[in-house]
Design a protein around this ligand. Structure first.
Ligand code: NAD
Ligand code: AHE
Ligand code: ZN
Length: 371
């Protein structure tokens, strides 16, 4: 079938909206009509060419919501008409990782997903007769896409697509990193580096679990008001500390000795180090969420770890998608999570590049494209 998609033809170039061809679902696969998709910083990162796994041409997008239109042979858990959220972290419930109960990083289709292909090693998308790669197993910048059954969370029918698509990445990543990965306790002190689409959800999650102090760090002064709305108690703009300012020292002082939990939500390896080093001696936990560019490495004095700080990371908030995503949708529908105020722009597909420009200029939190 013909579908409308924003195509990433090559790195560093704007997306182009074109008609592309999509083959129907094979065994174990599902055709989904995408109704809405968010724009995440990771899409921009891959489009820039800095992602070692970035492949072109591709249909990017991994934060969507839509409706099942057709199922391939052997699909048992979904049927046409079901409302779903695509999962870039699938949940097969059978692989070593799923069975371990120690991680959400299902490994059953990771190798083909990383090659931009479906589990059988082929792509369902093509353009002018040439193969087009899938992206993160989702490719939600298209009005129709095909996914494996294990990469779809079935959600309630009354949830609005233009809001719950954000649960497909940003909301779950931020709230999940607090609840599932770091397991922040009530009365904790928390520092969040980067108050964008992910960091504000970390703040929201920290407030939800009863953190006592939530400090937000961002270079964009406009992020202060939004942070406070979601539960931030203190705001630090590193540029206010001057060129030789001691950000770590300042945060240690503000928290009375270091934070119980810190989260890096930018993708900057210098900040990752600062986030670790402002965690409390003896027990502070620092969680890396941001995706750093190709070839970059983190460093710190091992003494920081010897003296009891722990450096951890979180992908998709540690959430098991098919199990946890429907529950997060319920939390939103019950008014326990605020998504509406974080969606600052609604766009058409032909405005998608403007959405990425607004992200770069710090003018949007989340832009959502509606089909
Ligand atoms: P975003 O662009 O919406 O937000 C980034 C924020 O960081 C902005 O507010 C910006 O002003 C701020 N910032 C930039 N440089 C800074 C600095 N030096 N000091 C302080 N603040 C700074 O991006 P996002 O969508 O929130 O994504 C954030 C990061 O998380 C990206 O690296 C993205 O790829 C990654 N991510 C990871 C996961 C995961 O599962 N681990 C999921 C989603 C996104
Ligand atoms: N492809 C990059 C890494 C990108 C990355 O870390 N992706 C996160 C999700 S970001 C969502 O916005 C993730 O879940 N990673 C786990 C995985 O298995 O990909 C690289 O450096 O190669
Ligand atoms: Zn994302």
């Amino acid at each position: 079938m013909d579908v409308m998609a924003a195509l990433a033809l090559e790195a560093g170039q704007p997306l182009v909206v074109e008609t592309v061809q999509l083959e129907g679902p094979q065994a174990g696969e599902v055709l989904v009509e995408i109704k809405a998709t968010g724009l995440c910083h990771t899409d921009k990162f891959t489009l820039s060419g800095a992602d070692p796994e970035g492949l072109f041409p591709a249909i990017l997008g991994h934060e969507g919501a839509g409706i099942v239109r057709e199922v391939g042979p052997g699909v048992t858990s979904l049927k046409p008409g079901d409302h779903v959220i695509p999962l870039y972290t699938p949940e097969c419930r059978e692989c070593k990782s799923c069975l371990s109960r120690k991680t959400n990083l299902c490994t059953s289709i990771r190798s083909t997903q990383g090659k931009g292909l479906m589990p059988d090693g082929t792509s369902r998308f093509s353009y002018k007769g040439q193969m087009v790669h899938h992206y993160m197993g989702c490719s939600t910048f298209a009005n129709y896409t095909v996914l494996p059954e294990i990469a779809l969370a079935k959600i309630r029918d009354d949830a609005p697509f233009d809001k719950v698509c954000y649960i497909g990445c940003g909301v779950t990543t931020g709230i999940g990193a607090v609840m599932f990965t770091a397991k922040v306790e009530p009365d904790s002190t928390v520092v969040v580096f980067g108050l964008g689409g992910i960091g504000l959800n970390v703040i929201q999650g920290a407030k939800m679990v009863g953190a006592r102090q939530i400090i937000g760090v961002d270079l964009n002064p406009a992020r202060e008001a939004m942070g406070r709305k979601f539960g931030m108690t203190d705001f630090v703009n590193p540029s206010d500390l001057g060129p030789n300012g001691d950000l770590v020292g300042h945060l240690v002082e503000l928290t009375g000795g270091g934070a119980d939990y810190t989260f890096e939500c930018v993708g900057n390896v210098k900040l990752m180090r600062q986030a670790l080093e402002c965690a409390h001696r003896g027990w502070g936990v620092s969680c890396v969420i941001g995706v750093a560019g190709a070839g970059q490495e983190i460093s710190t004095r091992p003494f920081q770890l010897v003296t009891g700080r722990r450096w951890i990371g979180s992908a998709f908030g540690g959430a098991r998608g098919r199990t946890d995503v429907p529950k997060i949708v319920d939390m939103y529908m019950e008014g326990r999570i605020n998504i509406d105020d974080l969606i600052t722009q609604h766009l058409r597909l032909d405005q998608i590049n403007e959405g990425f420009d607004m992200m770069a200029r710090g003018e949007s939190i989340r832009s959502v494209v509606e089909f």
